[in-house]
Design a protein around this ligand. Structure first.
Ligand SMILES: [Zn+2]
Length: 488
């Protein structure tokens, strides 16, 4: 009986192990981590993930290669024209005003079309999601757990809070996303090739080490898939490479919306052709490209009907528009960064096809291959990957391609949630059948004992001679059967 009990306990545990060991994911972004930062210095924890799991040579961001655009793309699987986040600030033609990230309407253009990965996960019965400051998570289908954007919260506290969501007894989070604002800020201030960025990369690596250490201590390291990635790369800039676009066309003829290196232009009524021609002529000798909104490269996915203005200016790599002057002023006042033509800063937002704009990607976990380097993929494809990792069988609409990320996965088609449920259901049925058979055996055993008593009561005293007909009656009534059974 003891062996059977032990088997039963092991069986039940094995069922729950199957459930807990798959379809769980921690998505981590270190803002502005360029793909080749891994070659800058030794980053043992991040490199360890690549060794234990997978690494992409780089991934390709969506246009513009800005923070909010790409963080929202990675969790929705669609480009800017579909989710509507065109830049960190942009103009909406319907609302007739500029929108920034603090405004709920900034995030909501794509609602009805997009499904953030945290909601796709929560569509599975019994699955919960959490987000620590991931752009958009406070505004679109807010997940069960959420830390709103607040950079004053220490990184360790964000991690500890997210890990508490995972082990919550009532609503354990199977998907958690964590956003960290570095090494982006340091690269903006000092440029991507600075010593300061290298120092910050070590902080980022130590943070990764802390996450892995806590997962190990909590006995979760083998059960969770962990993706560490970013939103865009970086390039060095300085004010010697500044293009004065407001000198090409003054604000009497148009208004400018957005920020370096992508500027949308809204010409005043009747001046569309004039404004376009002025920029077109200037772009022949200066380092930027001018596009009509109908001429934007299709692969950029940047033609939103309400949020792409008639003319779009894009600076060449390393060049900035004159709005950058205000950014330099802010860096001087807030961070004591001396403003001079020779001061090196960093920037991003340029054409995603540029190598400098490519972010990195490493991952490990039960559903990833080991020590595997695959092909580069597009940031929109990560959504398809995450749906497989989370066991989302009915993958919501997205613009990604599974075939570009499938090679990274150990099980290219992981167990869909309903098959998980079938497995759980089957396990529960077996457990119930087991319990029922234990009760049946106990009942039979008790009945035998009862029947023994009954027989003794009903049996004639051994000193009495049993008449043949009585013995016959016992056989007929099955009483001898129990006597035989007892003997066995
Ligand atoms: Zn960023």
């Amino acid at each position: 009986m003891k062996n059977t009990e032990a088997y039963f306990v092991c069986y039940v545990l094995s069922i729950f192990h199957v459930v807990s060991a798959t379809n769980q994911l921690i998505l981590i972004s270190f803002d502005g981590f360029r793909h080749d930062y891994l070659q800058k210095t030794k980053l043992p924890n991040i490199e360890g993930i690549a060794d234990n799991g997978v690494k992409a040579p780089y991934i390709v961001s969506t246009f513009t290669t800005k923070t909010l655009v790409n963080h929202f793309t990675s969790v929705t699987g669609v480009s800017a024209e579909t989710h509507g986040i065109m830049n960190n600030v942009f103009y909406d033609k319907t609302l007739k005003r500029d929108l920034s990230a603090k405004d709920a309407l900034f995030w909501q253009w794509g609602i009805g079309t997009i499904t953030p990965i945290w909601s796709a996960n929560e569509a599975i019965p019994g699955k919960y999601s959490g987000s620590s400051m991931w752009p958009g998570s406070t505004f679109v289908d807010r997940p069960t757990y959420d830390i709103p954007f607040n950079l004053s919260i220490p990184w360790k506290d964000r991690i500890d809070t997210a890990l508490k969501w995972i082990v919550n007894e009532e609503k354990p989070a199977a998907f958690v996303s964590l956003y960290f604002e570095e090494p982006d800020m340091t690269a903006h201030l000092y440029g991507p090739d600075s010593k300061e960025v290298v120092d910050m990369l070590h902080t980022v690596d130590n943070t990764t080490g802390y996450i892995l250490q806590r997962l190990t201590e909590m006995n979760l390291i083998d059960d969770f898939n962990v993706i560490i990635t970013s939103d865009h790369g970086f390039t060095s800039v300085n004010s010697e490479k500044m293009i004065n676009i407001s000198a090409i066309v003054s604000t009497d003829s148009c208004t400018f919306h957005g920020d370096t290196p992508v500027m949308h232009v809204l010409p005043k009524e009747g001046l569309e052709e004039y404004v376009y021609n002025r920029f077109k002529k200037a772009s022949a000798s200066q380092n930027f490209t001018v596009y009509l909104n109908t001429e934007l490269p299709k692969e950029w996915g940047y033609s939103n009907p309400d949020r792409t203005l008639p003319i779009v200016l894009v600076a060449d790599e390393g060049y900035v528009f004159d709005d950058f002057d205000k950014t330099m002023d802010w860096m001087e006042s807030a961070y004591n960064r001396t403003k001079s033509p020779k001061t090196t800063y960093g920037n991003h937002g340029y054409d995603p096809r540029l190598s400098s704009m490519h972010p990195f990607f490493v991952a490990q976990g039960p559903q990833f291959k080991s020590n595997f380097i695959g092909k580069p993929f597009h940031i929109v494809d990560m959504y398809e990957m995450m749906c497989r990792l989370l066991g989302i069988s009915e993958v919501p609409f997205n613009e990604g391609k599974l075939e570009r990320v499938e090679e990274y996965l150990l099980i290219s088609h992981s167990i869909p949630w309903y098959e998980d449920s079938i497995l759980i259901g089957f396990g529960v049925l077996v457990a119930l059948a087991f319990i029922a058979s234990v009760f049946l055996l106990l009942w039979i055993s008790c009945s035998v004992k009862r029947s023994k008593v009954t027989i003794r009561v009903k049996s004639p005293s051994p000193r009495r001679k049993v008449p043949d007909d009585t013995k016959e009656r016992w056989e007929t009534e099955g009483l001898l059967y129990f006597n035989k059974f007892e003997e066995v």
